[in-house]
Design a protein around this ligand. Structure first.
Ligand SMILES: [Zn+2]
Ligand SMILES: [Zn+2]
Length: 346
């Protein structure tokens, strides 16, 4: 087996370089995965745009939404078949803390998460994964479809774990990028009566319609809040999901929510602090939910993908080889050519 591999490293904001790196070795309880498909996530883009609020040590090996096949096994892993096709979870929770013991591994303070806080990402040929990260996939499921399981699981976490739908509730989703679209899909899977979706990109609104949006709204053409109030006789919707990461959209959320509504903030805004209209929140007795990653939904996400319940082509619009990572990220950043989810195929 080769000793070096190609990696697309972010050497500074806005600039990837292909470099050779040593192939990592799997340790006890780990396997080496040959990476086959990597989805470009909004959080990767955050680094590419240089928006991270924390000290960042470049170069960065980004990428955490991925699938591949087992290329080598570490000690104690002899029972794992070489060539096994898997979707790989990006998180390795500590398993010992108060939150892990309650099964709330998404908030583990000691989690090791791919491409975060010095952990390697997967925009490269090989990645070392722990056995607990592996989710085998059926032969009929393509690697690029399997790589979607993490964002789909995130949408399911928001709706099923955090919103906890009563059924027949109305939703507004601000932002029809991959996160907004998977939240829309999860809302539809959970009996939402109506889902209104806004974005600035017509192709993304088209994807929202394909995934079951009741009505879509181009936010360049006016106020989404007014659009929602018009359609609900001034009542507002039961659940507002902010997935644009735009400060103005986050500030709008309270005004779109009905009395006793729940507001989920999922997008990553370019600033840490924002002014919010707390009077509007208090008068309606709203619940504000801040969402982090996902927990307990990987299996269900893979089922929905494997069964065809999710038409993955509505999300995966563009594919690039690893050597074109720079162009892929530029296209996602500029939202060119109607891109929704860009996939790097290795
Ligand atoms: Zn992601
Ligand atoms: Zn933990």
């Amino acid at each position: 087996m080769a000793e070096t591999m190609t990696a697309a490293l972010l050497v500074e904001p806005g600039h990837f370089e292909l470099r050779q790196m040593p192939v990592p070795a799997p340790g006890e309880g780990e396997v080496l995965l040959r990476v086959r498909a990597v989805g470009i996530c909004g959080s990767d883009l955050h680094f590419f745009r240089g928006l991270t609020q924390r000290e960042t040590a470049y170069p960065l090996l980004l990428g955490h939404e991925f699938a591949g096949e087992v290329a080598r096994v570490g000690p104690g892993m002899a029972e794992v078949q070489l060539g096994l096709r898997v979707a790989c979870a990006p998180d390795r929770p500590c398993g010992r803390c108060e939150w892990c013991r309650k099964g709330e591994t998404n908030v583990c303070p000691d989690v090791r998460f791919a491409a975060s806080h010095g952990e390697p990402g997967c925009l490269c040929d090989y990645f070392v994964a722990h056995a607990t990260q592996l989710h085998p996939i059926a032969e009929r499921v393509a690697f690029e479809q399997a790589a979607l399981f993490e964002p789909v699981a995130t949408g399911l976490h928001i709706v099923e774990n955090l919103v906890r739908p009563a059924g027949g509730e109305s939703y507004a989703v601000m932002g029809a990028g991959p996160d907004g679209l998977t939240a829309l899909f999860a809302a539809r899977q959970n009996g939402a009566s109506k889902v209104y979706v806004s974005d600035l990109v017509p192709e993304r609104l088209g994807a929202a319609e394909a995934l079951g949006a009741t009505a879509t709204f181009n936010a360049a053409e006016g106020s989404f809040v007014e659009f929602i109030l018009d359609r609900t006789d001034g009542r507002g919707v039961d659940v507002v999901i902010e997935a644009a990461g735009a400060p103005a959209a986050i500030q709008d959320t309270f005004h779109a929510a009905a009395i006793h509504g729940r507001v989920v903030v999922l997008g990553i805004p370019p600033v840490d602090e924002l002014a919010l209209d707390l009077t509007a929140a208090r008068r309606r007795e709203l619940t504000l939910i801040a969402a982090r990653r996902t927990v307990g939904k990987y299996g269900r996400a893979l089922e929905l993908i494997s069964s065809g319940a999710l038409d993955t082509d509505t999300l995966i619009t563009h594919r690039f080889p690893l050597r074109d990572t720079q162009q892929a990220f530029e296209r996602v950043r500029d939202r060119r050519d109607g891109i929704v989810k860009g996939m790097i195929i290795l």
